[in-house]
Design a protein around this ligand. Structure first.
Ligand code: UT7
Length: 328
């Protein structure tokens, strides 16, 4: 049976580091509050010349190198993002151009912080139906450009970055075992950037006056509680589907939104903390980039081994959430 194998991973972040101390000068906050309530110490933010497509390209090149494949081997390019480099064309098309991957089809996937898991499900289904064999999936975001730097409730949380995987259909037991996707559109107002699209165009004076083109999270605490429950449920669905126990799991790579969310998930699933990957202290919440960025760091620091059972899980705006179980 053909499964979707991850042949290589890569990641990239902007060079500029924004530390909590700098945010103390922008809004009424403190390093102590940010660290204790979120676990974030610093995040990366883009400078001139950097954007979602340039970050995606850097991450993709590393993943291709790790997979020992050439851009011309790619049949499909998927970019999971809510901060595309342009309204159109898709960032995946800009990435295709940058890589010279002329054979590939290219499209973006929009599922906020769950974007990478959604993209993995899309890729896995294309591969298992036989339509495509080799797929590049990148989660890439520049949330710093959607950030309201006067809103202390949100501006301390987010960062920029990209993570990539090269996927290929191969025979054998290794690869993606399952993906589970969920959405609750009735809760879209919990986490959004409501302006800048066709409902509230960027050209309207109210959008700019009320900064409607920036991230709004009117009830962060509700998002927090929902995220813990939803990610727990998504992990349990993945285990049940594959007839596995929590003790079978070797590595969990959760979305990095808040260290306390990761701790709560770890506790509720009775996971040993050393099996749970957390890099939020250095990156903040990078939305669709967070899972592949953490996965790449885990792979490159020797935390993921052949044959391991790896669980990916994410939650984000939409609301959207989901999980993926992978035999590495
Ligand atoms: O990636 C998608 C998913 N995103 C998330 O999952 C984010 C989920 N939410 C969270 O991570 C947390 O809810 C936050 C970090 C956003 C907030 O933490 P909290 O423990 O839920 O705090 P809270 O919203 O209950 O607010 C506590 C207090 C408030 O002050 P009052 O009203 O009690 O006086 C806030 O105004 O903390 C205040 N506060 C801050 N104080 C200093 C909020 N942001 C800050 C800040 N610095 N940056």
């Amino acid at each position: 049976m053909e499964r979707t194998r991850i042949l290589g991973t890569g990641s990239a972040v902007p060079s500029r580091i924004l530390r909590n101390a700098e945010l103390e000068k922008l809004v009424d906050t403190s390093d102590e509050w940010i660290t204790s309530r979120t676990g974030i110490s610093e995040r990366r933010v883009c400078s001139a010349g950097e954007d979602t497509a340039t970050l995606a390209e850097q991450a993709a090149l590393k993943a291709l190198e790790a997979a020992a494949l050439d851009p011309m081997d790619l049949d499909l390019i998927l970019v999971a993002t809510i901060t595309p480099a342009m309204p159109f064309p898709a960032t995946a098309c800009l990435l295709q151009d940058g890589l010279g991957a002329r054979r590939a089809a290219a499209l973006d996937v929009s599922a906020a912080c769950s974007g990478f898991i959604y993209g993995l499900a899309v890729a896995d289904n294309f591969i298992r139906t036989g339509m495509y064999r080799t797929v590049l999936l990148v989660g890439a975001e520049t949330l710093s450009l959607l950030t309201d730097w006067s809103d202390r409730n949100t501006c301390v949380l987010f960062g920029d970055g990209a993570g990539a995987v090269v996927l290929q259909g191969q025979r054998g037991g290794r690869g993606v075992l399952s993906t589970h996707l969920y959405s609750d559109g009735s809760q879209w107002g919990l986490l959004m950037a409501p302006g800048g699209g066709s409902r509230h165009p960027i050209s309207s004076p109210e959008v700019l006056a009320q900064r409607l083109n920036t991230i709004k999270m009117p009830n962060g605490n509700e998002v927090f509680r929902t995220a813990v429950r939803a990610m727990e449920d998504a992990c349990i669905s993945a285990l049940k589907h594959n007839h596995l126990e929590i003790s079978d799991v070797d590595v969990v790579v959760p979305h990095q939104a808040n260290a306390r969310i990761i701790q709560a998930l770890t506790y509720r699933l009775s996971l040993p903390p050393e099996k749970v990957i957390a890099n939020i202290a250095r990156h903040g919440n990078t939305s669709a980039a967070s899972v592949p960025l953490a996965l790449d760091e885990a792979v490159r620091t020797g935390k993921v081994h052949d044959g391991n059972l790896v669980l990916l899980v994410a939650f984000g705006g939409g609301l959207t959430w989901g999980s993926a179980a992978i035999r590495w």
